[in-house]
Design a protein around this ligand. Structure first.
Ligand code: ZN
Length: 436
């Protein structure tokens, strides 16, 4: 079994991808998403799906497609004071087109700002209610003088399609691991782009290795994207055994893990174990029905073992959904840490197994079987020796290697290596996994 590790320079590679995709004006549909998926498709084998407007997906319907070319506000003197070309956050995402002149009073009905963060432009959307609007800093809003303003949004809302991307990496088993990132946010670096970059590089890396599970990696707009995938793939859903939503993984906070609705699934245990070893103060929270696409994967009709991995939690970091979630907020070193954590989570679910001790009456004589000859420095030798004893003692067919690692406090890799040695020495057999 491949023991995956983080490739050299993986933080910088992810960061460069975030930087490349940052300017695109993404939304839940439209050419910004297509351009993003094309960029991902240059790195990995990505199948791109187009689902026409009006298609019924579970309780929803694919909306009209939104595309935008330009937008601005001109002040009474004719100066462009808000310009989509300077920041795509300036336009209410999914805004209807408009080309008119309005008084300041009327204009203000269509302006969004954050009074508590007067220097930041908010990110706002209006997907399912037709409206037009602009987002700007509160300082700028306060400085607007009475008069007649020209408002122009060159956008289209018409029949088209919802676009999502899917990368499938076949493993030895048809049983699947689902990894998913949303692709619908415009120029926001942590919320959305960090997850896209991490999963793109992870997919490329997984594709180079022999794997136990098959991996399905989805790049889809938030909420409606996962609903669309679920509606179109009813026959694949039962194959999903583990899943992880990856979002906001490029900042230095957290990490934060939201458990699956099941609460103690193998993925929950694996993530908690890895974060506990790699970070000083990870936060683990129970499932709640608000957030990203886990709300769909974990809806009661599916109840999939899908958790949400983030650094700072959505909605709680000050830069969230503002112009401060930018290329300075996300750093290569944090992206690298997050990548390492996800790779280790994959290592664990790939290697987690159950064994049965074939000589369970008394401790078997290890010396004559070469099981006392552990390699490594003094501490490692001692820990690896302990790992052999733990695996022998706990392998009654019900305890998994991850259970044993958690109980013993030893590195999973030592436990897994010890199990292989014990098996090779004829002291244990693997218990067949009926779901694989
Ligand atoms: Zn968001």
């Amino acid at each position: 079994m491949a023991n995956l590790c983080a490739p050299e320079g993986i933080g910088e590679l992810q960061y460069q991808m975030v930087k490349e995709l940052y300017p695109y004006c993404r939304s839940i549909t439209g050419d910004g998403v297509r351009a993003t998926l094309r960029a991902i498709g240059k790195k990995i084998d990505l199948q791109i799906h187009e689902v026409p407007t009006g298609t019924k997906v579970l309780d929803w319907q694919i909306p009209k497609e939104w595309n935008i070319r330009d937008a601005y506000i001109k002040d009474p003197e004719g100066r462009k004071i808000v310009d989509f070309n300077k920041s795509n956050l300036h336009v209410l995402n999914y805004s209807a087109p408009v080309n008119t002149k309005v008084s300041l009073e009327e204009l203000k009905q269509h302006l969004y700002s954050i009074p508590e963060k007067p220097d930041l432009i908010p990110y706002r959307t209006s997907y399912y209610k037709e409206a037009w609007g602009f987002c700007l800093t509160h300082n700028q809003l306060e400085s607007l003088k009475p008069g007649i303003y020209e408002v122009f949004i060159d956008a289209t809302l018409k029949d088209g399609a919802l676009t999502y991307g899917e990368c499938f990496i076949p493993g030895a088993s048809d049983t699947e691991v689902l990894l998913s990132a949303h692709v619908c946010h415009p120029s926001l670096a942590n919320d959305n782009l960090s997850g896209i970059a991490l999963l793109s590089y992870l997919a490329r890396y997984l594709g180079e290795h022999a794997l136990r599970y098959s991996y399905r990696i989805l790049f889809a707009p938030g909420t409606i994207g996962s609903i669309t995938w679920l509606a179109r793939n009813a026959e694949k859903v039962p194959r999903i055994r583990h899943g992880l939503i990856v979002s906001c993984v490029g900042d230095g906070g957290g990490p934060t893990y939201k458990r699956s609705r099941q609460g103690n699934a193998e993925i929950d245990q694996a993530v908690e174990y890895v974060l506990g070893r790699q970070f000083s103060s990870p936060v683990v929270q129970d499932f709640s029905p608000y957030g990203y696409d886990e709300r769909n994967y974990c809806s009661p009709g599916y109840n999939l073992a899908v958790g949400l991995l983030e650094r700072s939690k959505y909605g709680e970091f000050p830069e969230y959904h503002t112009s401060a979630d930018n290329l300075e907020f996300v750093r290569p070193e944090y992206l690298e840490q997050s990548y390492r954590a996800v790779v280790e989570i994959v290592n664990i679910i790939e290697s987690n197994r159950r064994y049965r001790n074939l000589m369970p009456h008394g401790e078997p004589q290890l010396g004559k079987r070469g099981l006392y000859d552990q390699t490594g420095g003094a501490n490692e030798k001692k820990d690896r020796q302990m790992a052999v004893l733990w695996v022998l003692n706990q392998s009654d067919g019900s305890m998994s290697l991850l259970d044993i690692a958690r109980k013993s406090g030893l590195p999973f890799q030592y436990i897994s290596d010890a199990a292989s040695q014990i098996q090779a020495a004829g002291l244990a057999e693997e218990v067949a996994d009926v779901r694989l």
